[in-house]
Design a protein around this ligand. Structure first.
Ligand code: 13P
Ligand code: SF4
Length: 368
C-alpha cells in the first residue's frame, strides 16, 4: 500500500505507528480542534511519541502536577498513569474535571504501599521515636489515600526532581524521614544528601515490625519502604559496563529509581525532564546511553537525529503504554458528545490531606 503524502515526515516525528492506530490519531486531531480551549492534554514523557506530539504540555511528574494546578481549561485529560491523574484531580480547581483514558493504567510500585500497612509501620516507628521525631515523605508514585495519610501527619509529596529538597526540608527541622514507597529513590536521595548508609534502614513491610529491632530504629535517620519499580530495577551495573565497552566515549544517564550500584556506575541521574535536558545539552555527534523507560529513549532518538541516543536496556512500562490512541480518542469523544467517561474522582475524605501534601511540595524553595 502506498503511504499517504507526509507519512515519511510524520514517521520521523512519531516513530512507527501501526496502521490500526491511524484512524484514532485522526479522530484525536479532529476532536481536539472541536473542543478547543475547553480541554487541555497533559502527557508524561513515557507516553508513546504519537501521544506526546498531541499533548499541550509534556513533562516529568512534577512539572505535570504543577501544570495541572495552573490549568485554565474546564477538562484536563491526563495521559500518564493513575497516580498522576489522581494528583491532578486533587489539585484541580472547583468545577474543573480530570479524565484518564484508561483507568487500568496503574503503577505497580504505587500499589506496593497499602495505606493500612503504612499505618502499621508508622505506629511501629513512632512508638519508638515519638510522633514528633518523624516526617513521612511520599513519592508522587502513590495513591491519593497515601498522600492524605502523609499530608495529615505534617509530611509532603516529592518527585524524583525534588526528593533531595524534600529530605533537606525534613532535616532542617531536626527530624527523620520515613520515605515511601520506592526504596531505590530513597537510597539514592539519602546518599546524595550525605546520610551515612548505616543510618538508612529498610522497613520490610512483609515482615513483623518491618524486620527492625528497637535499637536499630533509634539509630535510623531515613526509613525506607521496600517498594520498587520493575521497569528500573531491570537495569544492572553490567549493562553500564557493556554500554561503555560498546560505545567508547559515551555518556550514561539513568533514572534514580534504578538501584544505587547502577546510579553509581553512570555519569548522571535524574528525573525524566532532567534526562531530556541532558540529551539536549550533550550536543551533536555525541552518544548518550539512557537507563529509563524505552518510549522516552526512542522519542529522544527521533528528536535528536544528530546524536546517538541508545537505551541502556529495553525496559517498557506496560501501564504507561495502555494509554493508546483509541483510548485517548474515546475519552475526547466522550467529552465532545456530552457523555464523558474516565472521570477521576477523589473522595472528599482524602482530598484535603492529599492536597496539603502536594501543596507542601509545590511550595518547596528552589535550590541553587
Ligand atoms: P518522573 O517524575 O521522573 O517523570 O518519573 C515518573 C515515573 O513514574 C518514573 O518511573
Ligand atoms: Fe510506575 Fe515504574 Fe511505570 Fe513509573 S515506570 S509508572 S514507577 S511502573
Amino acid at each position: 500500500m502506498t503511504e499517504p503524502a507526509g507519512a515519511k515526515e510524520s514517521q520521523a516525528r512519531e516513530g512507527f505507528v501501526p496502521r490500526s492506530d491511524r484512524p484514532h490519531l485522526a479522530r484525536i486531531d479532529r476532536l481536539r480542534r472541536a473542543l478547543g480551549k475547553e480541554v487541555v492534554l497533559l502527557g508524561h514523557h513515557y507516553q508513546r511519541p504519537a501521544i506526546v506530539r498531541r499533548a499541550d504540555f509534556v513533562g516529568d511528574s512534577f512539572l505535570l502536577a504543577r501544570q495541572a494546578s495552573r490549568a485554565e481549561a474546564r477538562w484536563i485529560v491526563f495521559c500518564g498513569v493513575r497516580f498522576m491523574a489522581e494528583a491532578a484531580a486533587v489539585l484541580a480547581r472547583p468545577g474543573q474535571e480530570v479524565f484518564h483514558p484508561d483507568p487500568a493504567a496503574g503503577c505497580p510500585m504505587a500499589d506496593m504501599a497499602d495505606p493500612s500497612d503504612v499505618e502499621e509501620a508508622w505506629e511501629t516507628l513512632t512508638s519508638v521515636l515519638g510522633e514528633e521525631a518523624l516526617v513521612p515523605v511520599v513519592y508522587m508514585n502513590s495513591s491519593a489515600r497515601l498522600k492524605a495519610f502523609v499530608g495529615d501527619r505534617g509530611g509532603l509529596v516529592c518527585t524524583s526532581s525534588n526528593a533531595e529538597r524534600a529530605f533537606r526540608w525534613v532535616f532542617e527541622k531536626g527530624k527523620r524521614v520515613f520515605f515511601l514507597p520506592d526504596e531505590h529513590l530513597g537510597r539514592n536521595t539519602a546518599r546524595a544528601v550525605g546520610v551515612p548508609s548505616g543510618e538508612v534502614l529498610l522497613y520490610t513491610f512483609r515482615e513483623q515490625g518491618g524486620g527492625l529491632e528497637e535499637d536499630e530504629i533509634r539509630r535510623g535517620k531515613v526509613f525506607l519502604w521496600s517498594g520498587h519499580c520493575h521497569v528500573h530495577v531491570f537495569f544492572r551495573p553490567e549493562d553500564v559496563e557493556r554500554a561503555r565497552r560498546e560505545n567508547p566515549g559515551c555518556r550514561i544517564i539513568v533514572h534514580p529509581e534504578c538501584p544505587v550500584p547502577v546510579v553509581e556506575a553512570s555519569d548522571a541521574s535524574g528525573s525524566t525532564e532532567r534526562i531530556v535536558r541532558f540529551v539536549r545539552e550533550a550536543g551533536p555527534g555525541s552518544t548518550i546511553v539512557v537507563g529509563t523507560e524505552v518510549n522516552l529513549v526512542e522519542r529522544l532518538a527521533l528528536d535528536f537525529p544528530d546524536r546517538r541516543v541508545l537505551p541502556l536496556a529495553h525496559s517498557l512500562c506496560p501501564n504507561m503504554y495502555r494509554i493508546n490512541p483509541k483510548a485517548l480518542a474515546d475519552t475526547l469523544e466522550g467529552l465532545a458528545s456530552g457523555a464523558p467517561r474516565g472521570a477521576v474522582n477523589v473522595e472528599d475524605s482524602v482530598r484535603s490531606g492529599a492536597r496539603k501534601a502536594l501543596e507542601r511540595m509545590l511550595a518547596l524553595p528552589r535550590e541553587g
